[in-house]
Design a protein around this ligand. Structure first.
Ligand code: FE2
Length: 271
């Protein structure tokens, strides 16, 4: 692979997912083609507070990491989306809620966030930030102290609203992966209707990322994912009934997203 074939997402250290602002990637130890240098986009802004555009900062030289790949400005912009402040906050909230109580769920949401980050070149920087944040937060409603309605998309969205997260992010969480169908089965459709499913390309990517990530955070395909859910919950469970009902809508979001990824030349592993 020559350096021009690297994509911005290659900058994410394997297994760690999101790189918080200020995190240092060991350049000597890295297999990524990165260098530390003044941020070409934000020359003059590399003062004591670092680059104001939320790029990853190397504290000793207060510089942005720049990919050496030919993707240039685009790559830098995308990277900044991944280290943006909403993602950082989402990562912190999700970690605090999930890591100890639901460690497997924590692995899952990090995997979903990696999938979302892979697809984020399809979007503007702000939308990419929103997408990765939603991926990190989509399952927090499983945490026991948040589970008042006992329906995780609704409980998650309510908690995020109370924490002051943007309404659009709350709506993405409320409606992730065809939640409205399960809400109907649980008699919670009116509660969920407080948020509107934006039914956009970005929402499709969130559904795709969730439906192509195993409970342990590994990439999979939608058929295996749905089969695993049915097995885990058992034939009599409402979730099994729901996932069967939702399958064609979920598959639609997966198909549309994979077509868009292919058209944009973004490689993804389907298992
Ligand atoms: Fe999920």
């Amino acid at each position: 692979m020559n350096s021009s074939q690297y994509m911005w997402s290659d900058l994410l250290p394997e297994g760690s997912g999101i790189v918080p602002i200020g995190n240092v990637i060991d350049v000597a130890d890295s297999h990524f083609p990165i260098k530390a240098g003044p941020c070409g986009l934000h020359a003059g802004l590399n003062g004591p507070g670092g680059c104001s555009a939320n790029h990853a900062i190397l504290p000793s030289v207060r510089s942005c990491y720049l990919p050496l790949s030919a993707s240039g400005v685009g790559a830098l912009t995308r990277y900044s989306a991944v280290v943006g402040s909403m993602v950082e906050r989402a990562e912190q909230v999700a970690r605090e809620l999930l890591q100890d109580e639901l460690p497997r769920r924590w692995e899952h949401v990090q995997g979903v966030a990696r999938r979302a980050a892979l697809a984020s070149p399809l979007f503007s920087v702000d939308d990419a930030d929103l997408l990765v944040a939603a991926a990190l937060l989509h399952d927090i409603g499983y945490v026991s102290r948040l589970s008042t309605a006992r329906f995780h998309p609704l409980d998650g969205a309510r908690y995020l609203r109370a924490q002051g997260f943007p309404r659009r992010l709350c709506a993405l969480v409320a409606h992730h992966s065809c939640a409205y169908r399960e809400a109907e089965l649980r008699g919670l459709a009116a509660d969920l209707a407080e948020w509107v499913d934006e039914a956009s390309d970005l929402r499709d990517v969130l559904w795709w990322a969730d439906m192509t990530t195993t409970p342990d955070g590994k990439p999979t395909n939608i058929d295996d994912r749905i089969e695993e859910i049915q097995k885990r919950y058992g034939p009599e469970d409402l979730v099994t009934f729901f996932i069967r009902q939702a399958k064609s809508e979920l598959a639609g979001a997966v198909e549309r997203t994979e077509e868009r990824l292919q058209a944009a030349g973004i490689g993804y592993i389907a298992k």
